[in-house]
Design a protein around this ligand. Sequence first.
Ligand code: AMP
Ligand code: MG
Length: 415
Amino acid sequence: MSATPVDAKLLTFENARRTAEEHAARVHPPATESADLLDAAGRVLAEPVTADRDFPPFPRATRDGYAVRAADLSHVPATLDVIGEIKAGEQTDKIPSAVGHGQAVSIMTGAPVPAGADAIVMVEYTSRRGDAVQITKQATPGESIVPRGAEARQGSLLLDRGRRLNAPAIALAASVGKSRLQVYCRPRVAVLATGDEIVDINSTPGPVQIRNSNTYSLAAQIRETGGEPVLLPIAPDEPHALRRLIEQGLASDLLLITGGVSMGRYDLVEQVLSEMKAEFFFTGAQIQPGRPVVFGRCADASAQKYFFGLPGNPVSTMVTFDLFVAPMLAALAGASPQKLTFLHARLKSDIRVKTGLKRFLPAILAGEFENSSVELMPWQGSGDIAATARANCYVVIPPDREHIPAGDWVAVMPR
Ligand code: AMP
Ligand code: MG
């Protein structure tokens, strides 16, 4: 097959990732809808959430003990008069109005600190005798008190648009009384598997046919990333049928094609997209698995749509989704951009690889508490779904490392 002008666009991993991020930064956020707070978990917030009052709304005791004037404890042990008790949620008219010199108020965690007091002494450093308390430890002003408004001032921004609603964000929304939230609508992502050997999972494969697993792994990843998968029929390795299905896929917000992007005679995806006047931002990345990955844009009847051509090997499909599709899909879902960050772990046994490609190899991170280590999963290459399903992460190997000895720190991409 003749070389197309796009053949030259083989990028380093970092440049390919940045290219995907740059385009992601340009997409417009989708429409919004209202969601019940419980259903908003995992969605992307589409409205700013502000503090409806000061947080905390009163100076809050963070310990059970006695509210005191720190200056009264310059010499310890000291004995103070106990003038009352405040528990969390106490009505204000029952609270002693002020703590004077030589006085203390018994106080519980979460209760408002009375005027005059500037420290809480933990109950562990006190002994009560009737209406007096003996205190054995000095206090510093402010100790065990969160001042009113120290966490957030009334009206200040707590959560911004584009924020993915994880458990702390849901807690924050609940704390300001938001029982419903505006969230972004999920973008539609078309999935097109290609290949004459690929058959639907509901039909019995012939001896040399392969069931279509990529459509389903991609659909799962799309859902995890906040999109709605639109499954297209399997495209044969034939340009006319392939083109019709690509055109169908471009009606969605994003199109993912798997297979047909390598150098084989029947890898027709780039050729067909070129005929459709597509723009290519890269047609390969120096990675393994996933080297032939393609990213570009093509006009639909209504607008320019982004597409990815992901290599058909099932592990390549999954890895290239995580590396390049995820930032674009997150942007289409309204999420603020996130850089890809790797964790680090100690390597359990030596790794030897060829240099030249950045590798993302299925691995197992195991151990307990602070003693964890990571080890490559033995595999048969990027078609080995079984080994990849046993793995729980990828070890990231830079292109210039040939031998990494056991005990070295390596980068890990969680899955
Ligand atoms: P390709 O990228 O089209 O050259 O395909 C590479 C390898 O991935 C071949 O062994 C294909 O049979 C396999 N493959 C391609 N598409 C799929 C799919 N949708 N599901 C499972 N395996 C696939
Ligand atoms: Mg193929």
